[in-house]
Design a protein. Sequence first.
Length: 750
Amino acid sequence: MDIKALLAKMTLEEKASLCSGMDSWHTQAIERLGIPSIMVADGPHGLRKELPLENPNDPVNTLEAVCFPTGGTIACSFDRDQMRAMGKALAASCKAEGVSVLLGPAANIKRSPLCGRNFEYLSEDPYLTGELAAEYISAVESEGVGTSLKHFAANNQETRRMTVSAEIDPRTFREIYLAGFETAVKKGKPSTLMCSYNKINGTYSSENHHLLTEILRDEWGFDGLVMSDWGAVNLRPKGVQAGLDLEMPTSYGQNDAEIVKAVRSGQLDEKYVDLAAERVLRLVYDLLPSPEETAVFHREQQHQLAGELAKESLVLLKNQDNILPLNPSQSIAFIGKFAESPRYQGGGSSHINSFKVTGALQAAREICQIQYAQGYQTEADETDEALLQEAIRTAQQADVAVLFVGLPDAFESESYDRTHMSMPQCQNRLIQEVCKVQSNVVIVLHNGAPVEMPWEPSVKGILEAYLGGQAVGQAEAELLFGLANPCGRLAETIPLQLSHNPSFLNFPGEGDRVEYKEGIFVGYRYYDKKELPVRYPFGFGLSYTTFEYSNLSLDKTQMKDTDTLKVTVQVKNTGSRAGKEVVQLYTSSLPGHQKKAIRPVQELKGFQKIHLEPGEEKTVTFLLDKRSFAYYDPQLADWNVETGTYQIRVGKSSRELLLFQNVEITSSPRPADPLTMESTVGDFVEHPQVKQLLLQAFAQAEPGKTFEELSAMLSSSYVLQTPIHTLCNFDSHITLDLLRQLVEKANTLL
Ligand code: GLC
C-alpha cells in the first residue's frame, strides 16, 4: 500500500480521526478511502478478546482462551526459549481470532512488592526484563502479529496511577526504569509501545516529548507506533506533537476535534498529524489479517504448553530433609482450596476466560491417593473453624501434608496496590495449626508478588507457584512427585519483611507525587549494598539434582570499554537425575581511585539455562560488551565505563556466586570537562601538564617556596578538594588575576 499517496488524499479531519480508536479495541476505518481497521486485544499472558454484547448493559464477556503463566511467573524460568514458545502460541491464537496487536509484554520494574500489577511484570532487574520482553516480542512479531510493549514508562504502582508523577533522577530512570524497555525495543522490535498513565517528573507520558520522541525514537531508533493506555490521554494536540500516535480507546471524535482545532488555530503543525496518521496506516496495513488466514486456536495443545511453561517457572525455595519429591506410597494430604481451584492469574485487563483449569488435586490423583481438606475460604480473611479442624485432622493422619495457600484475588490486582505483604491471617493460622500436629509440611504458594513467611522455619518444603496459569496444577503435581525437576529461579528478591524493601519509605508516595528516593538501589541492588539478609535472594531456586561450576575463563584480562569480552564456564550435573541450571553472570565495579560513580555491588549481565543429564558437563559462553559494565552518567548524557578493575562473577544466584575473574577496563578518552575558577585543585592536577603549569606559575609567584613544598601543597587532600579561586586566601602571591590566567592557559592544555 502506498501510504504516502493514501495520506495525500486524506482531509485533516480524516487524518485526525485515525489518531484515536474507533471503539475500545479497533483502529478507525475510513470507508471513503477503503481504509480498514484492525483489532487489538490484551495480553499479556493470554488472549483476552472481548465478544460483542447483545445489548450494551450486558456484562463484558471474553473469548474462551488459554491463560499462560503470568509475566512474573514465567520470568522465573530465566529462559528465552520459554518466552518464545509462549509468544508463538499467543500469536497463533491472535491470528485465529483476527487480532492484529497483542497488548503486551508488560515490562515495568518491580519497585515495590506491593504493586498490584507485579504479577504481570517480569522482574526487579532491567537486564532480565529486557532480555525476556525482547524474546516475547520477537516471537509474536515473527508470526505477523504486533505487540505493544507496556507501560512506557515508570508505571510502578497502581495507587493514583492515572495522575501520579513518578519523580525519578535521570540516572535511575535510564539504568533501572528505561533499560529494560531499551533492550526490548532494540532487540525485540515491537510494532507498538503503550505509554503509561502516569506522569514522569511532572509530565504525562502521553504528552512527553523527551520520552516518546527524543529517547524512544531519536535515540533508540524506534520506528513504530505509540498508543496510549486506555484513557491515558490528557491534552491530545500536545500528545500528537510529543509522539503519541493513537489515543485508545475512542473519545467519540472529541479529541480528534481538538487536533483539528489546534491545527486550524496554528497551535499544532499539521506535519505531526501527518506523522501520527502515517504510523497508524502503516500499522493497519502491516498487520491486516490475511483473509486466507487459516490459523487455528488449538486450546488443548496450548493448555499442555501452559503446563510445560509452568513447570519451567515454578521455584523450589526449600526442601529440607529432601521432603520432596513426594513418594506415591506415602499417605499424602493436600490441604487448601487452591489445591482444588488454584489462583493462577491476576485481576484486571489481563484476566483470561480460561477454557479449563487443572488444579493440583485433580492432577495428583492421577498419580496416587490424596486426602483433601479445603482448610480455608477465600471470600474473607476469616477462619472457618470447621474447615480448620477438618484440615488439622486430615494433616495429622497423613505422612506429609502439602498446603496450597497464597493470596486471594481480593489481595492484589490491577488498579490497586497492597498495603502489606502478609498472607490472609486465616491461612497463616492454618499453617501454624497444621505444623503443630505434622512435622512434614510442604507449602505451595499462589501469589502474584512476595509474601511474608512467618511460618518458614516450621515447614520443610516451599514451592513458589506464583500465578502459574491455568495448567499450574499439572505442573505442581509433576514437580511435587518428581516427574519433573524444578528449575525456576526468583526474578525478584523475597524480603524478610516489607519494611526492608528500599521503596518502603516512599511507596506509594504522597498524593500525586511519588519520589524514587532509593535511586538505582532497587531489589537486590539494595539488599546487596546494604548487606541485608533476605528470605530468598534474586536468582535463587533449588533443584532435585546438584551442579558444579569450574574453569571460569575470560578471553582477555585487559580491554577497552569498546571491546567485547568472551566468558566461558563449565557446569556439570553432579547429581543422580537430569536437571536444568540457570547459569548467572554478574559484573561488579571494584573500588578504584579513578572511579567516582556510586555503583551497586553487582548487576546481572548474563544468564543461560542449560539442561544436563547426570554426569553431563557443558561449557556456557557469554559475550559481554560496554553496557555489561557501564552506568549512566547524566553529566555525559551517556553510558560510561570508568577506567579500573571489574569483576566477572558466575554462579547460581545473586547470593551464591561461585567463580570470579577480574578484567582491567580502560575507558575511551572523553573530552575533559572545561576548568573554571570553581574547579577544584584536584580537577586541575589530575591533568599532568596542567599540574606542571600550576607548579611553575606558583614557583614564580612564590620564589620563597621550594618545588617540593609546592608539590606537597598541591597533593594535600585538603587543597585538592578546594576550589582553585580559594588559593588566593592561602598566599598573597597567588592572586585572582594569576589564577584567572592559569585557568585560561590550563584549558588550552586539555
Ligand atoms: C488497562 C491497562 C493496560 C491494558 C489496557 C486495555 O487499563 O493498563 O495494560 O492493555 O487498559 O485493557
